[in-house]
Design a protein around this ligand. Sequence first.
Ligand SMILES: Nc1ncnc2c1ncn2[C@@H]1O[C@H](COP(=O)(O)OP(=O)(O)OP(=O)(O)O)[C@@H](O)[C@H]1O
Length: 828
Amino acid sequence: MSQITLRHGDRTWPLEPQNIVVAGRSQDCEIVVTDTQASRHHAQFRRRGSTVVVEDLGSSNGTWVDGARITTPATLADGAAVHIGDRGGTPVTVSITRPTPAVRMPRTGTPSMPLPQRPAASARRPLPRKGAAPAVPPAPSNTGVVFDRWTLPSGPMPTRTPAPSARATVTGSAPQVMPVPLQAPSGGNAGGPFTIGRGLENKIVVDDLLVSRHHVRLVPRSPGFEVHDLGSRNGTYVNGHRIDVAHIGAGDLLAVGHSRFTVRHGQLVASIDEGDVNFVANHLSFALPDGKTLLDDVSFALEGSSLLAVIGPSGAGKSTMLKALTGSQPATEGEVYYDGRDLYDNFQDLRHRIGVVPQEDVVHRQLTVRQALRFAAELRFPDDLDANLRNQRVDEVMAELELTGHAQTRVDRLSGGQRKRTSVALELLTRPSLLFLDEPTSGLDPGLDKQVMQTLRELADGGRTVVVVTHSIANLRTCDKVLLLAPGGKVAYFGPPDEMLGFFGATDHADIFTSVSRDPDGAQHRFRISPMESEQVKGPLSAPRPQAPPLEKPSRQQSIFAQLSTLARRHLRVILADRGYAMFMILLPVVLAILTMVVPGDHGLQMQIGRMRTTEAMQLLVVLIIGAVFMGTAASVRELVGERAIYNREEAVGLSPQAYLWGKLTIFGVLTLLQSVVLVLLVELRKPAATSAVILGSPTLELIVACWLTAFAAVALGLLMSSFVRTSEQVMPLLVVSIMAQLVLCAGLFPVRGRAGLEQIAWLAPARWGYADTASTVDLGTILPSQGGDSLWNHAPSSWILSAAMLVVLTAVFSSITLWRLTRSPKD
Ligand SMILES: Nc1ncnc2c1ncn2[C@@H]1O[C@H](COP(=O)(O)OP(=O)(O)OP(=O)(O)O)[C@@H](O)[C@H]1O
């Protein structure tokens, strides 16, 4: 990655990818400019890939680049001079040093290494050979730092003077690590337990937002350490598995956020995953249970900071390969190595290192960019993280993806490219080292297509490995490598984009697609025997593992209650932001109440003594209860299907299905309660109310409760239907059928009691119990003896309670089935 330095006068500032350097008169600026024409916070500099962007912060006298005042963020080239306010003053100059194009191989720290240094260049790691015994995956790479000698109970005593107040700081973004004086006091034992965490009070301070304040406690125990997770949100991992308590010794790997610790020769060695990791697919195959092969022996190796495009005809297996590479649907054969570690074996730990941007947008379109990212950050970072730090990270990713100017814009008003960048920003929050994108440019015009590919190029240059599945071949040159899949998931080409046409002897990519579609086996064979294969894939790999291990479920970053709170608040915001939907929800009970006015009669829900009985009360209750059913079902029936892509992605990064469902139920519960209150009170404004209560002391209160329980059960039924349909369009017929069925089954139109089959089916309808509950309150059996005979309508506490309880039971049953659908894997 390029080294970028800013110079002002005789001082220099390195510009790291995640840093923002502010210039101005204020002493809290990084670059303090003494000139009076400079504003207090005048301009800011940040990296964009291997260039620098300068932005004026609303200064009075302007920011000048090469003599011209800038009005929008300007990209600076090497040697650019930026004047802060005064065009004649000392400029801030930019120096960009590009690395020699050597293959990288991050080093592993050794006990003798005094301080970490970022490797400038590296050699490519050889891949294991096929036929040999399954190779031991290469040891994790990256910068290593040795914490000062720790005296294990059985080991040598420390040799350096202890410095009890000193700590190590391990930053997540930049490898600024320091040795930790971890020795025991002289003459004592190992110095006792110590903690690792984000808080400054820890012995090892890890400056990483994925790390909890007090994350893990290490107790020296020969021959290594006993590791106690301190209830951390993102978890402590030993050899890839989340642990509560474990022992680590030589060869074990302890992972805390982006940092990894090993014990070597009695020393604690830390390394940081800076993102520049290599990535290997080793003989990946995926077969369906019926034997059909969707992915056929795919192998390739990627160096860190590279951009790979996966292309191929439709149905070739690109998405299947992406799922195998990310672990969302593991290959049935073969392995994926992330920095030398088996992804499937270490999934719980390594999933934090992987960002996936699915084809569908995974942000709520009704939210602004900033709101969407802030909610996403709440769900992805530990819940003990200060909100300011979280929001700061959101601002950083917005700046990195040039979304700052759109922070307050609703997602549905962004252009396609900006929307895609928002989805990418969401994934970048946790600084993944690997980023996978499934057709990010589909539906975009050629200009936006190019912009998105350019953004991906910059992300790769910024120290990430990016894999993009694309149908677009116009911008393949932006990529380092191209992998062409032929139908059946067969590799027809893997290598530099410039050499692809020559390899196939073609003049255009369409001809290549036609040729590999016509003869996928031939295309696979030709690549296998070509020098390109041995040059790019580096010869045969190790024998693939015949069966991938089952993946462990992702763990949560927050308590269920914290997630519930975030989701409920987000849901509320989404509802309020959608003005049309919000108005519909407010007006619905009013409209339903008006409809009750057209029911003829002036006795309302009261007894009609001494006159000819009318069915007015019966009809009023039908409108009331079917209205409640409609309010509940209409509110919820689109909910799950409409945001399935968002849910799937969030569940993959640790969202609890329970919290998700409860979040929805909570908001809809409150909403339907308010609607029920409005509906019943409005009806009683115009129609005489029932006079005697059964159990709650007030007939109005009983009607509200009955309406609410009915609407809430209908919410649960709506969510259930929503969990089964595949598209939002399938929802409407289901909604209509459900309402019509409940109209028939509620027993308000004709009796269902005693009618075999019909009565039992009616038990499943919330309207049946809701109607019975309200009928019990108004004593409908007495008002209309001719319609009587239904014991559920008795004006008695037992009848009222039974109906109310059945509504609760139905809600629980519908919700349980929905939860099962949500936890089911794979998702539709
Ligand atoms: N669960 C499944 N059961 C049966 N066939 C499947 C299943 N999943 C995928 N396929 C088939 O596997 C093949 C590869 O599908 P995949 O979605 O990976 O292709 P793709 O290259 O991503 O296609 P596109 O470019 O159209 O998105 C297709 O023929 C698809 O129909």
